[in-house]
Design a protein around this ligand. Structure first.
Ligand SMILES: Nc1ncnc2c1ncn2[C@@H]1O[C@H](COP(=O)(O)OP(=O)(O)O)[C@@H](O)[C@H]1O
Ligand SMILES: [Mg+2]
Length: 249
C-alpha cells in the first residue's frame, strides 16, 4: 500500500465569541495508506470531528498541512457520513442517493445504473422508492453510505456513523461496511468511541488524548483482513480491544 494522505503537524485553536480559546488539536500527525481503513478513537471533545472536517476540506483554518498523493476536488472526491444520516425527507431513497450525481449534472443512464448498483451494494434495492421516514435507523444509515459513495469518492470519512444504532444493527452494518470495502477498496477514516468497533473494522487505530487532542499512539490491528462475526471471539480481538481501552483511560 502506498502513502495516500498525510496529516502533518496539524493544530487548531477555536476562538469563541467571548475571546476564550480552545486548543482542539495540537501537532497531529497521521499517515493513511491507499485502501486502508483507519479508526480514530478518543474521548469526547478531543478533536476527532474537527480533524475529519479538515480532511474533508470543510475547515481550512488550521496550522500544519494535509498532503495528498492525489489532491481531492472539493465536494467530489470525498464522501462524508455523519452520525445522523442527514437524508432529505421529501426525497426517496433513490433520489437521496442520486443527489451527488445530480449536483454534477450526471443524469445519464450510466449514472442511474450506478445508483441502482449502490442501492444493491448496501442492500436497499427493494427500498429505492421508499422515503427516509419509512426506513429503520440502520437502513437510513445504509442509504447515507450509498449517497456518500455515489460520486465515487477517493476517500470515505465517517464520523461515528454507527453511534446511534442498537448493538445488533450496528454489528450488521459493520459487516456491510466490510463487504462494501471488499467491493470498492475505498480508503476509509472512521471516527468512533468504541474500541470493539475500531478493532473489528480497522487496519490500524489512532488513539487520541483528551483536549488538546494529540495522537497518543497508532496501532496496527493484529487480525487478518477477513473479519467475520467469529473474529470477535478470538483471544487477539479481546486482547487488542482491552489494550485500546486501557490506553484511553
Ligand atoms: N465551532 C467551534 N467553536 C468553538 N469550539 C469548538 C467548535 N467546534 C468544536 N469546538 C471545541 O473543540 C473541541 C473538539 O471538538 P470536536 O472536534 O467536536 O471533538 P470530538 O469530535 O472528538 O468529540 C471541543 O472542546 C469543542 O468544544
Ligand atoms: Mg465528534
Amino acid at each position: 500500500m502506498s502513502a495516500f494522505m498525510s496529516v502533518r503537524g496539524v493544530s487548531k485553536t477555536y476562538v469563541a465569541a467571548n475571546r476564550s480559546r480552545v486548543v482542539a488539536l495540537d501537532d497531529v500527525d497521521l499517515e493513511v495508506a491507499d485502501g486502508e481503513i483507519v479508526a480514530l478513537i478518543g474521548p469526547s471533545g478531543c478533536g476527532k470531528s474537527t480533524l475529519l472536517r479538515m480532511i474533508a476540506g470543510l475547515d481550512t483554518d488550521f496550522e500544519g498541512e494535509l498532503a495528498w498523493s492525489r489532491q481531492p476536488r472539493p465536494g467530489k472526491d470525498i464522501g462524508y457520513v455523519f452520525q445522523e444520516p442527514a437524508l432529505l425527507p421529501w426525497r426517496t431513497v433513490e433520489r437521496n442517493v442520486s443527489l451527488g450525481l445530480e449536483a454534477q449534472r450526471d443524469k445519464s443512464p450510466a449514472g442511474r445504473q450506478r445508483v441502482r448498483s449502490l442501492l444493491e451494494l448496501v442492500g436497499l434495492d427493494d427500498f429505492a422508492g421508499s422515503f427516509p421516514k419509512e426506513l429503520s435507523g440502520g437502513m437510513r444509515q445504509r442509504a447515507a453510505i450509498a449517497r456518500a459513495l455515489a460520486y465515487d469518492p477517493q476517500i470515505l470519512l465517517m464520523d461515528e456513523p454507527f453511534g446511534a444504532l442498537d448493538a445488533i444493527t450496528r454489528d450488521r452494518l459493520h459487516d456491510d461496511l466490510l463487504r462494501i470495502w471488499e467491493t470498492t477498496r475505498k480508503t476509509i477514516i472512521l471516527v468512533t468511541h468504541s474500541v470493539e468497533e475500531a478493532t473489528y473494522l480497522a487496519d490500524k487505530v489512532a488513539v487520541m488524548t483528551a483536549r488538546p487532542g494529540r495522537i497518543k499512539a497508532v496501532h496496527k490491528v493484529p487480525l487478518d483482513r477477513d473479519r467475520t462475526p467469529r473474529t470477535r471471539q478470538l483471544p487477539q480481538f479481546a486482547e487488542f480491544a482491552g489494550m485500546l481501552r486501557q490506553e484511553l483511560e
